[in-house]
Design a protein around this ligand. Structure first.
Ligand code: ADP
Ligand code: MG
Length: 396
């Protein structure tokens, strides 16, 4: 990881100091309990490193979208309880994000101890990147560590503003995410095969654009293939077509004509009458969708061809499910891609909230080389955009 451009917590002198750590604890809750603790686990290495080196760790995260108000259901309390279990150590919970009481707690925190602040989005200044909130956060600590890769594409007070007021360095997760994802774009083992799916072309057109210049093959699936088919004048029936995506798909098809990278679309489909697991189903050879039907998954031939390309790749990047995998009858294409990625001999990287959820559901996440914790952040990084939460940190 020698070419990571920013200062790393590994090299920081933290003993006896108070360290404010931005983590991504934006986890799903179910009845006031943490339903999936993947993101909490992903932050443990940095927290443990700080404790071992005698720092007092003050953790801050957002949770859901309270929109600048105190929403009791979005309190960090259940997160702190789960964190304490995972750490096997007590976690003190602050009654607010900032303020005098929190400053007193932070000032009294002994080396090796952990304090968790309240949901930072309870403060309206967070998403506004208000300098007053950044200053109030900075008063709590001597050093800043950003380990919230999933929020690093946002210029908020706790991800960006505060880094201008305290010496800032990257946490272990942020560093690893950036290193793994950058390697896919900058120095992949070839051939580089990129599998893209999901709902909207507009979310991913930047990534398609970049990989038309960098990858050897791009395989398209999911609802976004229908924007491409519409652009080619093919009937899409009642399939989910993003209108804005049709123009973007046209642009990508035009760019692909002159590119060394091969852009591949599905050759067959699984159709349903409605977005429902109990709906009528029909596998069609070809990609025309009659009225009254919608494409809800790629077909068997497409899935097999994509799996073969994945198996032959030196590097595979997968982002976005191949179909409406939440509906079991339309999960086969996504499962085939997930299994191929898990079994692939090449380097494998998976990003995107729903794709990662699919991997976990199929029990395959452990067989992938790098599973990214960031959806939007991973896309922006792959597009080649700078992440504000990383840019603001000190250079290496
Ligand atoms: P990720 O989070 O992995 O980046 P997206 O958020 O872009 O993925 O897309 C995931 C969503 O796309 C899922 O909810 C899935 O149901 C939906 N989807 C995929 N293919 C289709 C399809 N053919 N028709 C309708 N929805 C689809
Ligand atoms: Mg998603």
């Amino acid at each position: 990881m020698s070419d990571f451009p920013k200062a790393s917590v590994r090299d920081a002198d933290v003993a006896g100091r108070r360290v404010l750590v931005r983590v991504d604890f934006n986890v799903p809750l179910d009845n006031g309990r943490v339903a999936d603790d993947t993101r909490i686990r992903a932050a443990l290495p940095t927290i443990e490193l700080l404790r071992e080196r005698g720092a007092a760790a003050i953790l801050v995260s957002h949770l859901g979208r309270p929109k600048g108000e105190v929403v009791p259901e979005l309190s960090m309390k259940p997160v702190g309880e789960r964190l304490a279990e995972l750490l096997g150590a007590p976690v003190e919970q602050a009654p607010a994000v900032v303020g005098e009481d929190v400053e007193t707690l932070a000032a009294g925190l002994s080396p090796g101890r952990v304090l968790l602040l309240e949901n930072v989005r309870f403060e309206p200044g967070e998403t506004e990147n208000d300098p007053k909130l950044a200053a109030a956060l900075a008063r709590l600590a001597d050093l800043y560590v950003n380990d919230a890769f999933g929020a690093a594409h946002r210029a908020h007070a706790s991800t960006e503003g505060v880094a201008h007021r305290l010496p800032g360095c990257a946490g272990l997760l942020l560093e690893r995410e950036v290193t793994e994802l950058s390697r896919v774009v900058e120095s992949p083992r070839r051939p580089l095969v990129v599998v893209l799916g999901g709902a909207k072309v507009s979310d991913k057109v930047g990534v398609i654009d970049r990989f038309l210049e960098v990858a050897d093959r791009i395989l398209i699936g999911g609802a976004m293939c229908f924007s491409f088919f519409r652009a080619q004048g093919i009937a899409t029936g009642d399939s989910l077509v993003e209108e804005e995506g049709v123009k973007l798909a046209e642009g990508a098809l035009r760019k692909a004509e002159g590119a060394a990278c091969e852009l591949t679309l599905p050759v067959d489909l699984m159709l349903g009458e409605e977005f429902d697991a109990a709906t009528e189903r029909r596998q069609v050879d070809g990609v025309e969708v009659p009225d009254g039907w919608m494409g809800l998954d790629v077909g068997r031939r497409t899935a097999a061809a994509y799996a073969e390309a994945i198996g032959a790749a030196g590097t595979v990047l997968w982002n976005g499910p191949m179909g409406a995998f939440e509906l079991e009858p339309f999960a086969a294409g996504t499962r085939a891609v997930a299994e191929a990625v898990a079994a692939a001999p090449g380097t494998t990287v998976v990003g995107g909230g729903d794709s990662v959820a699919a991997l976990h559901e199929f029990g395959l996440a452990g067989q992938v080389d790098w599973v990214s914790t960031g959806g939007g952040a991973s896309l922006e990084l792959l597009e080649g955009r700078k992440l504000p939460g990383m840019e603001a940190l000190q250079d290496a």
